[in-house]
Design a protein around this ligand. Structure first.
Ligand code: 8YV
Length: 328
């Protein structure tokens, strides 16, 4: 007897190898021209699919989930963060949600360090001068940045990515400080030489660089509020490779412009893909278009995880990367 293959609607273009395997395993409906799905298209998809393989560009909110068809049983997110999915609403309808943790940790941590370097050593400013043919010759006091080694790094969110950032930063000679809901094990704290701060306010006032590495949840929305940003020292740098919503972006832009905060390296924005116009053109802000996991390796492994989650569910088992509302 032929077993019905689940109808998997894939909302964006994924790496070729991933799409090929999806076609072999599932009744996969691919988005070959990669246009982000409109609300109407997404509505049509949740009404007819067994599985939605979605990304950060899809807003899967309670209203959309309420209109899902009886067949929708799994939302398999291509990405680690699930703040664009109403996980509690899905659970109420008996719809599972999965994500792709682990496989983008190292790449996101690499990009975090790249942003720290770029801001501290004025790499983009310097590159722009060279590319424009404006290099007038070496000078002892021109384009001076700040040293990384010996500086205090304050990591907000010491999960997988936060710890990967800490390992790299330690190798660069930085002192590791962190704020997290709970302390890491003493083995990890010892290995990283990491100091725990229960009070975020107290940590912010003492560090040279802040790295945001926590998920965006109702509890972390604007965690770096205007009040907290003002606690930073004037030479401090803020780096964010997590989610834009965690920082009050408008307040950050004002403080960068005023020189109250020395610099920022941002890979994510509060209203993506729109970037606050106040950030554009600031020489002390290095802005990237959400590239944290943008390597061939990570994107392929993310796709493989999506496939494993769907296949495991299809075979009647619990998908390995289930996201539960209580975890957020
Ligand atoms: C992904 C990310 O590329 O995984 C995440 O949470 O932020 C990105 O690196 C994106 O979410 C794809 O859906």
């Amino acid at each position: 007897m032929a077993v019905r293959r689940p109808k998997v609607i894939v909302t964006r273009k994924l790496p070729d190898t991933v799409e090929t395997r999806m076609r072999e395993l599932f009744d996969a409906r691919l988005n070959l021209d990669d246009q982000p799905m409109s609300r109407e298209a997404l509505l049509g998809a949740v009404k007819e699919a067994d599985v939605i393989a979605c990304t950060i560009t899809d807003r899967i909110d309670a209203d959309l989930i309420a209109q899902a068809g009886e067949s929708l049983k799994l939302i398999a997110n291509f990405g680690a963060g699930v703040d664009h999915i109403d996980v509690a609403a899905a659970a109420e309808r008996g719809i599972l949600v999965t994500n792709t943790p682990g496989v983008l940790t190292e790449d996101t941590a690499d990009l975090t360090l790249a942003l720290m370097m770029a801001v501290s050593r004025r790499i983009v400013e310097g590159a722009n001068v060279a590319q424009a043919g404006d290099f007038a010759g070496w000078a002892p006091t021109w384009m001076m940045g700040r040293r990384i080694s010996g500086k205090r790094l304050g990591i907000i969110g010491m999960g997988r990515i936060g710890q990967a950032v800490a390992r790299r930063a330690k190798a660069f000679g930085m002192q590791i400080h962190y704020h997290n809901r709970k302390q890491v094990s003493s083995r990890i704290a010892d290995e990283l030489g990491a100091t725990y701060w229960e009070s975020l306010d107290q940590m912010l006032a003492r560090v040279d660089i802040v790295s945001v590495n926590c998920p965006h949840t109702p509890a972390t929305y604007h965690l770096l509020s205007a009040r907290r940003l003002k606690l930073l020292q004037p030479h401090a740098i803020v780096v964010n490779t997590a989610r834009g919503e965690i920082i009050d972006e408008s307040a950050l832009a004002d403080l960068l412009k005023a020189g109250t905060i020395a610099g920022a390296g941002l890979d994510v924005f509060e209203f993506e893909p729109t970037i606050n116009p106040k950030l554009l053109g600031l020489p002390n802000a290095v802005l990237l278009p959400h590239l944290g996991s943008a390597t061939v390796e990570a994107r392929t492994e993310m796709g493989e995880k999506v496939i494993i989650n769907i296949k495991t569910w299809m075979d009647g088992h619990r998908p390995p990367d289930r996201v539960l509302a209580g975890m957020l």
